[in-house]
Design a protein. Sequence first.
Lengths: 457, 457
Amino acid sequence: MLGKTPAGNKLPPNVHRAVLMRTITDLAADIRAGNLSLIDLLEQCLARIDAVEEKTRAWVVVDADCARRQANRLADELLHGHDRGPLHGIPVGVKDIIDVAELPTAAGSKRWANAIARQDARVVEQLRQAGAVIVGKTVTTAFAAFDPSVTNNPWNRGRTPGGSSSGSAAAVATDMVPAALGSQTGGSIIRPAAYCGVCGLKPTYNRVSLQGVVPLSPCLDHLGVIAGNVSDLAVMFQAIIQPDYEAQRLPTVTPVMPQEKKLVTLDGLFADRQDSAMVEAFESLKNDLRRKGWVIESRPVPASFNEVLKHHRTIMAVEAANYHEERFRRYSEDYPPKMTELIERGLGTTATEYAQAREHQSKIVYESSTWFDHRGMAILVPATSGPAPDRTTTGDPAHQAVWSYIGLPTITLPFAVTGDGLPLGLQLAGAGQTEAELFGTAMALEAEVDFRRPVLG
Amino acid sequence: MLGKTPAGNKLPPNVHRAVLMRTITDLAADIRAGNLSLIDLLEQCLARIDAVEEKTRAWVVVDADCARRQANRLADELLHGHDRGPLHGIPVGVKDIIDVAELPTAAGSKRWANAIARQDARVVEQLRQAGAVIVGKTVTTAFAAFDPSVTNNPWNRGRTPGGSSSGSAAAVATDMVPAALGSQTGGSIIRPAAYCGVCGLKPTYNRVSLQGVVPLSPCLDHLGVIAGNVSDLAVMFQAIIQPDYEAQRLPTVTPVMPQEKKLVTLDGLFADRQDSAMVEAFESLKNDLRRKGWVIESRPVPASFNEVLKHHRTIMAVEAANYHEERFRRYSEDYPPKMTELIERGLGTTATEYAQAREHQSKIVYESSTWFDHRGMAILVPATSGPAPDRTTTGDPAHQAVWSYIGLPTITLPFAVTGDGLPLGLQLAGAGQTEAELFGTAMALEAEVDFRRPVLG
């Protein structure tokens, strides 16, 4: 049993690992067994933040006092038998495009730096209902687009942590919090998670509410989770899922383990974009899985994929321009170069181009249901084109954006480390609404791959 | 026809009167007849603001550039035959507890002074749909409660303009804008309107959306309008009314003129609170109306009224405490004395006290339907206990709060000026959802009373 940790104390790295690298489910069991107090858990997160935030810059704001008040109240609840489930007392981070009452939602902009939110976003409300402790707001690139943020990649500070959910990925990778909310329009959850060697979930389109979240492109925006392992993604997802439209109650999403050890790959998907480290590591992964009894079936890339990236960019540009136009014209100084380019591209797009893109998107959504032989089938692809590049970019979004465009759920988990010490992620995509099956397959793969995250930061 | 007025030019008082003291309906006709451009109309409002705002302090922010852009776009629309109706191009003010995209919603607080709204409140969206030009945000007391604001009463700067919608009332009274949005939980529309010698509408509870408005007490909060005459209240109300729940379309609210010249008064209502100027003026009003053929029927005050003020305060205190508690505990310096007292009172109230109050409120709502012999019946009472008192207070809310509590629609219009030069308002209350009939009765009375607002400010 761990002793009481005074606020602000630095912990030796092996102490934090003992606690913080466990799954949320294990932490929850420890808390209920009396082996860990949730006050201690929070203090260990805050101590990690004290120790590594200066080098990492994952946070816009950490509200330690408020987190301590939440933890105290939640500890008191548990003491009185009110148990909110596995997230009860678990510290989490919230990407800074998502409203947390009493904290500003700057969305990576100067103009909104003091724009205090009067209300929680729907997902934050849901996290509080589930007992999570909101520790603070994590860094996002400006307006959740492509301009690099201040956050460092904890594996190598010369590399990008990816974007736009850069702070959430770096905070989880350095064990400052077990999990954090992210969002993805192109590849903003899966890419930073993969570059930082942690797990990410981009759910099915519209399965998590975007109410109270700064939009980038409403037809492509997804709210999701970054966490240290697949089980934690599932616990977080259960808390933030929207009620079923008809039943008006929360669906239960329990990971469903796969019936057979079988995966489908898409032959040559974005091959021209992949660097050699990824090509080699992904080949080894497939061989390794085959050795372990998995059937890896290679199928051709659907022809409709050829148009996806072009149309994805059109939709994103037009919708970003639609949301930002007035503000952009008046406060152009708040818009960094890549965001400016995106908006200007959107403003210069004709309605027919946009209509074509949206039509293609609608058609591929229908087509996609024919790709899956059965409900639990998963497609295995690389999460990114390679390891994290240098900091002039947040990386290539192609491998992630295709799934944002179609709205299918994806999970990334780390599976290898390159020769120069950078993590690589695999990506699983499933049919719409099959997060439960996707969690199961991801857990099975997580058990097969030989990856152990070192102490970072 | 008025010539083009360069921005920022001061107008002689008689020029602004020629334009700004007309009804919105008349202005709309002038605009369509080519006798007035809506650019000129806006410039005249801005010139009035330049001339009198320093002495009045009605505005938190005037966004002249943005207003000019709106006016130009709306002028262009009219030129191309797109006519949004009577509010097309009419400049309006918005109380600073209501979100206007790109402007902060400070709600009278320092902490939210830079809390820029990302979206318009529902009512502001509706005003824009109707073609209104949003000129800026008007001063509110802190959190729309009782602590006096910086705004001066344009009739006498030693007196309060009333609260909490003090800026909206003063801006209309000085002809800076023809109309402005206000809100009322106790008496925050009717009281400042009456103290400033203008008209006010507090609609039926829940008939105007509160989405995007900082709450004070959700079971008592009402969104409404302050304007120079009853016709303008009706035009504004038509724009902001919520769609009928079932039809999901905007109901049409055309003023219905009364079938008979008959009013009901409540004998001795709050008599102990009325000062002699109001008692005498209200008696003269009744006598004058009788001479003009009106039947004024006096009825006893319903016994249930005795408990109203006590329970009103309980509900308001508890609900204000509920919304503000966390913020109040952390940032107590943002809470002025009366608001502090209200919240502390709320925090000290037992659940059973609150439940009693809510039960009483529910019962009186049902009882109130028995007070009205027919759909168009109006109750005539004083709007306030007397003329505006000194600036240590925003005035006694009793005469207005009773109607906020029951949720019935009320209108105030000025009917007299006291010996020391302060206006007095009458108040009409109708059955729920009878705004159309109430407008008709108010227009009939407006034609009977001898009141002409001088140039103020």
